[in-house]
Design a protein around this ligand. Structure first.
Ligand SMILES: Cc1ncc(C[n+]2csc(CCOP(=O)(O)OP(=O)(O)O)c2C)c(N)n1
Length: 586
């Protein structure tokens, strides 16, 4: 067990090993936690870590190091750090890096590489990490000389966290960890080819304010970019200023509080009726930090046919990538919204009354859709409905708990039915949709926020990809509430097989699941299985009141489907709202 001492800043010119230099650079970047797994080529680094103040969390699989680093980052906004050895260790990180790339999460991955002179010789545990991770990262580096380390590490953090955030990998050969150099701190970054356009064009912003006041049926479509740029207060200000109806994407839940009167819900494949009808009928989409994902737009040709688009994004390549933007604004959402709100106020006296009748009518229509088809909470007296489970977690959370999910039906119900009143509470794999994400990301989130209530909600499929991390949870006594929504199936795939493949259920039955009490008990914490609706509330309360981890396996209705649903390739106004109703036979 490593001893922890507080490390003092190291003076310029001190002779250090590459490993020590790396640790000093991480410390200067404010890193307090690394999620990782050691191996042959990272031995010198782990040795230097032995008595360093930076804490290392030993996960049980490198993929989970990347997910835990993401959980840490998604919960805090800070850069998450993961570490793996060469070859298999580095390869196990790849899914987590692509996942971070798809959701624009700042992660720095440190990988060990075989000794420089062996690179290219098929040495033991050699893999072309640099080549393989090039398309999996925002940027990657291979360190060729120990003296480059400070510059490269600080550039890695800068690249990961600025502009559109993303994962950056630094591959370090073993001899670089071992080599010595007189440490020279790096205090500024020079990346001539890396240009950030954060301010937004003043003229375009003025035009946007006019378009918003002139619109009869506006709709704010806000996504993960709002959360990344900490622009939630500015979003709220805009929405309240012009009383704008707002949908938050799967990545943006919590950008506008779930309990805000202007929040409609999530749009898209499993979005609400009102959100999708709103997006279909709007005459102006105010797109803020979103990328018109196919799961949101449905059939693109039929998406928002009457709308003009204002698109604000920090990444110029997102603008008009999927849907043409009549008014593009490249910039940081927070800065753009601050300026936009100023111009909105300036124009308010002359513009507010202009379309006020039409806008009141628009709100009436939207409220009508919300009442007509609310997101339903299903209950049953003899089975626990998945929606009932989410409603109870929602009740306990009351908009305040961190909820990480895995991928599948439970993820969609948790997005629909649990309220997130702040950003960074809702943590899930949106773009890549990676099963196995939920549990390890909760480890990162709980390590980052020890005082927060953290639920991880998993399906019985994805959960079984993550069981080894029970050891990490037990080691660190993390009080995560692990909830398995156990339907006995790979539920989301079963749903598609039922609806689109004639109910030919092929390889989706999960008929073996560990005993919850015994599994949790084997790791030294509590767990149980429930299957009766009347047990649900008390069981969740018991889990939450337990000071340590708790594993609650909830057996739910096996064949419940997620609705509303826009079938793949469908237009978003063509939602299937409920299961087919039984037809009376005379
Ligand atoms: C790593 C990975 N493999 C396969 C899939 C495809 N997939 C998406 S949802 C799903 C079913 C998930 O089942 P479960 O974890 O039980 O959750 P449920 O849908 O029942 O809530 C599968 C297999 C995926 N998203 N990720």
């Amino acid at each position: 067990m490593a001893s922890t001492t507080t490390t003092q800043p190291i003076a310029a010119g001190t002779l250090l090993s590459g490993s020590q230099i790396l640790l000093e650079c991480l410390r200067r970047e404010g890193v307090d936690l690394i999620f990782g797994y050691p191996g042959g080529v990272t031995l010198p680094f782990y040795d230097a870590m032995y008595d360093h103040e930076i804490q290392h969390v030993l996960v049980r699989h490198e993929q989970n190091a990347a997910f835990a680093a993401q959980g840490y980052s998604r919960a805090t906004g800070k850069v998450g750090v993961c570490c793996a050895t060469s070859g298999p260790g580095a390869m196990n990180l790849v899914t987590g890096l692509v996942d971070a790339m798809m959701d624009s999460i700042p992660v720095v991955a440190i990988t060990g590489q075989v000794t420089s002179k062996l690179i290219g010789t098929d040495a033991f545990q050699e893999a072309d990490t640099f080549g393989i991770t090039r398309p999996a990262t925002k940027h990657n580096f291979m360190v060729k000389h120990v003296s480059e380390l400070p510059r490269i590490i600080h550039e890695a953090f800068y690249l990961a966290s600025t502009g559109r955030p993303g994962p950056v990998l630094v591959d370090i050969p073993k001899d670089i960890f071992q080599a010595s150099s007189h440490y020279q701190p790096v205090d500024s970054i020079h990346l001539p080819g890396y240009k950030l356009y954060t301010e937004g064009h003043t003229g375009q912003i003025r035009r946007a304010a006019q378009m918003i006041w002139e619109s009869e049926r506006p709709m704010v479509y806000a996504g993960g970019g709002i959360i990344h740029s900490h622009a939630h207060d500015e979003l709220k200000e805009l929405v309240e200023l012009a009383d704008l109806p707002t949908v938050n994407t799967l990545m943006g839940l919590g950008a506008l509080p779930g309990n805000h009167r202007n929040f409609i819900s999530m749009p898209g494949m499993h979005g609400s009726y009102a959100a999708n009808m709103g997006m279909y009928n709007t005459d102006l989409i105010i797109a803020l930090g979103v990328r018109f994902d196919d799961r949101v737009t449905g059939r693109l040709a039929a998406f928002a046919p009457h709308a003009k688009v204002i698109h604000v994004d920090i990444d110029p390549s997102e603008i008009s990538k999927i849907r043409n933007a009549e008014l593009p604004i490249v910039g940081d959402a927070k800065k753009v919204l601050q300026k936009l709100n100023r111009v909105m106020r300036e124009l308010e006296p002359e513009m507010r009354a202009l379309k006020s009748n039409q806008r009141a009518e628009w709100w009436n229509t939207i409220r009508g859709w919300m009442e007509e088809h609310p997101l339903k909470h299903e209950f049953s007296i003899d089975q626990i409905k998945p929606q009932h489970l989410m409603a109870e977690i929602n009740r306990i959370s009351n908009g305040e708990a961190i909820v990480t999910t895995d991928v599948g039906q439970h993820q969609m119900w948790a997005a629909q039915l649990i309220r997130y009143d702040h950003p960074r509470l809702w943590i899930n794999s949106g773009g890549l949709g990676t099963m196995g994400f939920g549990l390890p990301s909760a480890i990162g989130a709980q390590m980052a926020c020890p005082d927060k209530l953290v639920f991880t909600i998993c399906g019985d499929g994805g959960f079984q990809m993550s069981i080894p991390e029970f050891a990490t949870i037990a080691n660190h006594k993390l009080p995560i509430k692990i909830i398995v929504m156990n339907n006995g199936y790979l539920g989301m795939v079963r749903q598609w097989q039922e609806l689109f493949y004639n109910n030919r259920l092929s390889q989706v039955t999960l008929d073996s699941f560990p005993d919850a009490t015994m599994l949790a008990g084997a790791y030294g914490f509590k767990g149980r299985t429930i299957d009766k609706p009347e047990e649900l509330r008390a069981a969740l309360e018991e889990a939450v009141n337990e000071p340590g981890p708790y594993f609650l396996n909830v057996r739910v209705t096996p064949t419940e489907n997620v609705y509303p649903m826009v079938p793949a390739g469908g237009a978003i106004n063509e939602m299937v709202l409920t299961p087919p109703q039984p037809v009376a036979v005379a």
